[in-house]
Design a protein around this ligand. Structure first.
Ligand code: MCN
Length: 763
């Protein structure tokens, strides 16, 4: 029986649950002995010129070795970091330490280096910074029109980049539509809040080579960033990835603080360490989402959608990072799974005096789904057609051959109506509507809301020449064990388990004898890391390919060993040995073929393109009409990620993703006041979801294999987050729709819902 498709327990868990993981802060390595400790002095104002920095008191404090500022970096030839793409305004550069101007609360201004960790906590208080205040640009429309000033005067604008031509919108797009609805909605800013905050440890050896331990999603990408930012030789840098306590898209590359830690290790010739506090993490790790979306949707009274437009205003925060680019993904996925004859999408990315925006689980695609699925619901209400019926009518019909959308996405395969019907059946949709009608009729305090989201997303997007790809090395050892090297970089996704399953299936070696390694650039020089839910369809496929190629080499060795022709041999996975066909007693174990010469294969798997997982989520909420409080009662989901290799892991990804997506809908928001002061910089103010606030999610099985990789697998890591947010938001609005409420922005807090109820009642 195949091990693939079975619920193999995570091999990672015993270690995590007993001896504990080794996060960057825990790394014990003799090269780090005697390390200095770094603390950052951070801006307490959103926008100001720095007129003076006095470090003398700090320098005189106990244990302080040095205090570094932008000037020290400049003297050493370290230039500010340019925006990630050439089409972005190149004047908007980010210094590693604020250089003359601070642009957000939490921006690092100075680095204090001490012998002991606790000494730095005290010493940072002694660095005296004089600020000349500048107006803070917080509102996105202020940022766009430049009315409140520019963050980068040399740029001449606050606009980083535009996608699509917003001066050439089709004025006839909605011509002939009986029903047209338009609304500006907010996809609010959220904090990734991983359990492990950011950290770094670095040392420069006697050979002048930098070794840095940094929690990341791909050591190879982090190495490129360190090399680029600090202007080092590639072969003089080694990045090691310890265990990573969650990343959610926000641990790609290198952050300014981590680059400074590497620079200080080099500058002082002493190992250096840094771990941020939770408060610093909430202030200065990139945030996610942060779009203002104006959606317009039109169609006929029978519920047929004819046209859709989305105009996006993307908040990039103070410096253009991945956030500036995210709207291009939102545009790519704008029409989602719907068959919309006329669609248009444009975006403008602007800088504001807030924490920079980066990738966050789904990165650009949840924003697309939230917009279209909110628009579909608003259209359904206006047309007077049930939202499930509108989806049924407008979803693209099943297709098995790649299909190009109006925005140039090539959807590999999809059966969206099937996903919708399965989800509706599992939720017993008609019964839910009956119950809703009953409660409305009775005027119950707890009203029922039912929300839907039908989504399609993109995983394994790549960007590599020749197509998305990933590499793998598989080696069989003489003692019967095997090692896999992979360019992916798990941080909660369970690759050790699944990569071992994939090799075991081919080689007949038990999974507990297979070790998976990643995240050390000396060991695995190339790799795309883990993001965009790319790992299984590319990295997993590479493991299978390497295992199969290894058997080709092994067969030749077996043939020589058994003095038979390779064609006369068969590989018996049960015994992990080659037999002569028809004579099973004449055999040679795979492991013994590695005795005289190493038996390994390095391979690269390349896919024809990304894949497009899809599904439908049904959310059921109760809303207390007196207090506005929302209770999430059920989330029923179909998340079709092609062939599932380990259902336990795929379901785990769905559960976590749904919780995160639901949390955005009804709970989470990172808030600033008008002066750019963060109001939610501790866990007392920033509410993230815990298991006590959610029901057990109801996961419906569905597998539509893709032809883009031999596993038939698409990505599952972000799907839950993508579908859950609009389903839950739609459910909350649906609960109060009978009062005339048409929209409530996320998060649908008690206060917002209560206000919407009372405004609708005319109170
Ligand atoms: N899987 C499967 N069958 C499929 C698809 C996936 O069995 N058809 C399994 C895979 O073998 C893997 C897991 O599910 O063990 C997720 O695989 P995949 O969809 O390829 O996603 P990645 O491994 O590339 O994970 C990335 C994705 C992203 S982009 C974010 S953000 C995210 C997420 O994963 N961040 C996470 N899940 C997270 N989970 C944890 N615990 N922590 C994070 O920071």
């Amino acid at each position: 029986m195949s091990i693939l498709g079975t619920r193999v327990l995570r091999t990672e868990d015993p270690g995590f649950l007993t001896t504990g993981a080794i996060y960057t802060e825990d790394v014990q390595d003799e090269r780090l002995d005697g390390a200095v400790h770094i603390h950052f002095v951070r801006s307490t104002v959103a926008h100001a010129r720095i007129s003076a920095i006095d470090t003398s008191a700090a320098l005189a404090a106990d244990g302080v070795i040095a205090v570094f500022t932008a000037k020290d970096l400049a003297d050493d030839g370290i230039a500010p970091v340019k925006p990630m793409a050439p089409n972005m305004n190149q004047a908007m550069t980010q210094p590693l330490l604020a250089d003359g101007t601070v642009r957000f609360v939490g921006e690092p201004v100075a680095a204090v280096v001490t012998e002991q960790q606790y000494q730095g906590e005290d010493a940072i208080e002694l660095v005296d910074i004089d600020y000349e205040f500048l107006p803070a640009v917080v509102d996105l429309n202020d940022a766009k029109d430049g009315g409140k000033g520019l963050l980068f005067p040399a740029a001449g604008t606050n606009v980083v980049v535009k996608y699509g031509d917003d001066t050439a919108l089709d004025k006839d797009l909605f011509e002939g539509c009986d029903v047209v609805v338009s609304k500006t909605i907010i996809n609010q800013r959220v904090a990734p809040a991983p359990m492990e905050s950011r950290a770094a440890a670095a040392v420069v050896g006697a050979d002048g080579r930098l070794t840095a331990w940094i929690p990341n999603q791909g050591a190879q990408g982090t190495k490129s960033s360190v090399v680029g930012v600090l202007g080092l030789d590639r072969d003089k840098v080694r990045i090691i990835t310890p265990d990573v306590g969650g990343a959610f898209g926000a641990k790609f590359g290198v952050d300014p603080e981590q680059a400074v830690v590497c620079w200080i290790a080099k500058r002082l010739g002493r190992p250096a360490r840094w771990t941020e506090s939770r408060n610093e993490n909430l202030l200065a790790m990139t945030h996610g989402r942060a779009q203002e979306q104006t959606v317009t949707i039109g169609g006929s009274r029978d519920g047929t959608i004819q046209a859709y437009r989305i105009e996006i205003l993307q908040d990039c925060g103070a410096y253009p990072k991945a956030g500036a680019f995210l709207p291009s993904l939102t545009i790519l996925m704008a029409p989602g799974p719907y068959n919309i004859p006329r669609a248009e999408a444009v975006s403008t990315s602007v800088v504001t005096n807030t924490t920079p925006i980066g990738a966050y689980r789904g990165a650009g695609r949840p924003e697309a789904t939230a917009a279209i699925d909110r628009a579909v619901d608003m259209f359904a209400v206006e047309a007077g057609v049930d939202p499930a019926e509108v989806r049924r009518k407008n979803l693209l019909p099943k297709f098995t051959e790649p299909r190009v959308t109006a925005f140039g996405a090539v959807y590999d395969s999809g059966d969206y109506v099937m996903a919708l019907e399965k989800a509706l059946t599992a939720a017993d949709y008609p019964k839910l509507r009956e119950e809703q009608a009953r409660r409305r009729e009775a005027g119950d305090t707890l009203q029922l809301g039912i929300g839907l989201s039908s989504y399609v997303e993109i995983t394994g997007p790549g960007g590599e020449a020749g197509g998305p790809n990933e590499n793998s090395t598989v080696e069989v050892h003489p003692d019967g064990t095997a090692t896999i090297l992979t360019g992916t970089s798990p941080h909660g996704q369970g690759h050790s388990t699944v990569w071992a399953m994939l090799a075991s299936e081919e080689l007949g070696i038990p999974i507990d004898k297979i070790t998976v390694k990643w995240g050390d650039t000396d060991l695995v020089p190339k790799g795309g890391g883990t993001g965009g839910s790319r790992s299984l369809q590319l990295g997993g496929a590479a493991v299978r390919q390497a295992s199969r190629e290894l058997l080709v080499e092994a067969r030749e060795r077996a043939a020589a060993s058994l003095e038979a022709s390779g064609a006369d041999l068969e590989f018996d996975v049960q015994t992990s040995a080659f037999n002569v066909k028809g004579d099973p007693d004449v055999s040679v174990p795979l492991s013994s073929l590695a005795k005289d010469e190493r038996l390994f294969v390095h391979t690269v798997f390349t896919a024809p393109g990304p894949t497009f997982p899809f599904g439908t989520h049904v959310a059921v909420v109760e809303v207390d009409m007196e207090t506005g409080k929302v209770f999430l009662r059920r989330v029923v989901t179909v998340d079709d990620a092609g062939t599932v290799i380990n259902p336990l892991l795929a379901e785990g990804q769905r559960h976590g993703g749904i919780a995160q997506g639901a949390a955005q809908a009804f709970l989470e928001e990172f808030v600033y006041d008008e002066e750019g002061n963060p109001l939610t910089a501790t866990f007392a103010d920033y509410p993230f979801l815990s298991a006590t606030e959610v029901p057990s999610f109801e996961l419906v099985e569905s597998e539509t294999p893709t032809s883009y990789n031999p596993l038939g697998a698409k990505g599952i890591g972000e799907a839950g987050t993508i579908g859950a947010t609009p389903a839950v938001q739609n459910a909350v609005i649906d609960a109060v729709a009978h009062l005339g409420v048409r929209h409530i922005d996320m998060p649908t807090s008690s206060q917002r819902v209560w206000r919407a109820i009372n405004e609708a009642k005319g109170a």
